[in-house]
Write a protein that binds this ligand. Structure first.
Ligand code: SF4
Length: 323
């Protein structure tokens, strides 16, 4: 089995998902449902959803009713990060393993999980190295984003080979010459359309660092290889830097503030997909705190389609002028 991360497709309409979901529901999550109802192109046998925001949590119930797949599982990632939460999470991962074994007639042993953890840690190590090329303005943010996205959807043996050759290739690259590019920390909702990053680049921004799930959240830390593997996986997910879907906001702010300072960014761009409540909730606090620190910050709520990017040109250009 190959785990494939589901990604949106900003070029399609969402007519069938709209039959099931009210208009004020996250447009990105609705886009996934539309694809699922129409049938995925890839040979996807099942879906595992984790406890994230209310949109994806409740949308899972609709998937159960409307989507034709062989396997469904809701992995209940806890909000709390204490010992009780850890035990709860470990038990739920074990239940997921049991159900996968039963459904697909496979044997998911500790040894196999340990091997997968090692492989993913290798991928994370190399992605951190590649990320440095982007921070040193050698690799474009859009190229880095596209690479991380591909890795999230492909066989990890092939991914390792691809990353190794990318690293070799990067060693021969030179610094981007345009010194006028503004160095940006990009954060917010899931941003899976690389065209959006290219759009920001066309306006004179360089994404030097990010706080995205298709980005640093995927590789910033490693899973402990010395711990019992299921416990190590549970600990990794409970201890990694928090998303806006988890509280409190001030803990998340500490993470993005440290990134902004460490990478000496010219500004912060915070993007909310339309109706993304967790990001909308964080924004007033983040806006106030970045203002106090004197770090330029812009918040933009956008539709999940490419036409909407052009409408944002004036706002981003104005932001570029002030930084
Ligand atoms: S973009 Fe926001 S609302 Fe949509 S699924 Fe992600 S966290 Fe939830």
């Amino acid at each position: 089995m190959i785990p494939v991360r589901l990604l949106g497709d900003p070029t399609i309409g969402i007519d069938r998902a709209n039959e099931h979901i009210p208009p004020n529901h996250c447009t990105w999550a609705k886009n996934l449902l539309e694809q699922a109802i129409n049938g995925f192109e890839a040979d996807i046998k099942g879906v595992i959803t984790t406890h994230g925001c209310d949109c994806t949590n409740r949308e899972f119930d609709i998937w159960l009713e409307c989507v034709d797949l062989e396997f469904f599982y809701f992995l209940n990632a806890p909000l709390k990060r204490n010992e009780v939460a850890l035990k709860f999470f470990i038990d739920d991962i074990k239940e997921l393993i049991n159900q996968l074994e039963e459904k697909f007639n496979v044997n998911i042993t500790s040894a196999k999980i340990s091997k997968a953890i090692k492989k993913m840690n290798q991928i994370r190590n190399q992605l951190r190295q590649i990320s440095e090329y982007r921070s040193n303005m050698i690799l474009k943010g859009s190229d880095f984003h596209s690479l991380v996205k591909k890795i999230q959807q492909m066989d990890k043996n092939k991914a390792l080979k691809m990353i190794e050759s990318t690293l070799q290739d990067l060693k021969t690259h030179k610094l981007q010459s345009d010194k006028k590019l503004k160095k940006i920390l990009l954060m917010g909702s899931v941003i899976d359309d690389t065209e959006f990053i290219r759009f920001l680049e066309s306006l004179g921004f360089h994404i030097i660092i990010d706080d995205l799930c298709i980005g640093t959240k995927y590789f910033w830390e490693n899973v402990d290889e010395t711990e019992e593997p299921i416990k190590a996986l549970a600990k990794y997910h409970l201890n990694k830097p928090i998303y806006s879907t988890k509280f409190p906001s001030y803990k998340r702010f500490e993470i993005v503030k440290d990134l902004a300072k460490q990478f000496n960014v010219n500004g912060v761009i915070n993007i909310a997909q339309k109706f993304c409540e967790p990001i909308l909730y964080d924004h007033p606090y983040f806006s106030k705190k970045f203002k106090e620190l004197g770090i330029p910050y812009i918040f933009v709520e956008m539709e999940y389609n490419r036409e909407s990017y052009k409408q944002l040109t004036t706002r981003f250009e104005a932001f570029k002028e002030i930084i």
